[in-house]
Write a protein that binds this ligand. Structure first.
Ligand SMILES: Nc1ncnc2c1ncn2[C@@H]1O[C@H](COP(=O)(O)OP(=O)(O)O)[C@@H](O)[C@H]1O
Ligand SMILES: Cc1ncc(COP(=O)(O)OP(=O)(O)O)c(N)n1
Length: 266
């Protein structure tokens, strides 16, 4: 069994962050491990508070894992602020790294800043160059690149411009498009489109976390990048179709193994 590591924030309601990542890793028959960067007080209606974990404790969590356990895939999610990004980059640099998927989490669906605006520079300079695959949604790609992205042509341009900043592969996610949910993968030469009609869904909390963790697990399991993204896209589509209500707001996506097994995704 392969070992997957998420470096991300905790979501008390279990729909996004560390909790979504670990559920996704388990559904993909990998062993999930976590380095917590921040604790959020969050539910289906919003994010109400955040406590950042100190750089020393983040470094010690990373050291505890890598000094002892072989890691086959890493996913990075919420990284909050410059000091958090710097300690993650500087500590990870000391080790031989497996594929690393960066979900550049910035603003939650409910509108809370999960990355301090000032930390964007550190994210670009410290994390992008060590990334195998970056998975921005449209607002995140716009924030990094500084221009509007409203159609497929602009998504391709964004993928090229993001590739220039260091990652080996770029997946620009189209969850924020109006008609389709088409994602664009760029490998430095070719574009690959993952087409999906928009599902009229209410319960989509944690879609980005789930997709990036599914790709991480697939890469850890030895899949080539194209297949890893294709299978993860199938997973997230079913996860969204079967999203459900647990509170008064936006509920989580679905992670129960049997559903995916039946659909031939896992
Ligand atoms: N309504 C939807 N129907 C189908 N797929 C969706 C929908 N919303 C998001 N997705 C897909 O879910 C994945 C996560 O995308 P997105 O929601 O844009 O990320 P984030 O949670 O980071 O904003 C992408 O593959 C996207 O295309
Ligand atoms: C702790 C934490 N990390 C990440 C997110 C954002 O998750 P995402 O998958 O982009 O989902 P939504 O916020 O869009 O529902 C989060 N909310 N909390």
């Amino acid at each position: 069994m392969k070992h997957c590591l998420t470096i991300a924030g905790s979501d008390s309601s279990g729909g996004a962050g560390i909790q979504a990542d670990l559920k996704t890793f388990s559904a993909h028959a990998t062993f999930g491990m976590s380095i917590i960067t921040a604790v959020t007080a969050q539910n289906t209606q919003g994010v109400f508070d955040v406590q950042d974990i100190t750089p020393t404790v983040i470094a010690n969590q990373i050291k505890a894992i890598f000094d002892d356990i072989h890691v086959h895939g890493i996913k990075i999610g919420m990284v909050s602020k410059t000091e958090t990004i710097e300690i993650i980059a500087n500590t990870l640099k000391k080790y031989d790294l497996p594929p690393l998927v960066l979900d550049p989490v910035m603003i939650s669906k409910s509108g809370y800043n999960l990355l301090k605006p000032k930390a964007k520079k550190a994210l670009i300079e410290k994390l992008l160059p060590m990334t195998t695959l970056i998975t921005p949604n449209l607002p995140e790609a716009e924030e990094i690149l500084g221009y509007k992205i409203e159609d497929l042509e602009k998504m391709k341009l964004a993928a090229k411009d993001l590739h220039y900043l260091g990652p080996n592969f770029v997946l620009v996610k189209g969850g924020h498009l109006s008609k389709t949910a088409t994602d664009v993968l760029y490998d430095g030469k070719e574009f690959y489109l993952f087409d999906q009609e928009r599902i009229k869904a209410t319960h989509t909390h944690g879609t980005g976390c789930t997709l990036s963790s599914a790709i991480t697990a697939n890469l850890a399991n030895g899949m080539h990048i194209y297949k890893a993204v294709k299978k993860a896209k199938e997973y997230i589509t079913i996860a969204i179709k079967h999203g459900f209500s647990i509170g008064h707001g936006v509920g989580p996506t679905h992670h129960f193994y049997e559903l995916y097994k039946k659909a031939g995704v896992l």
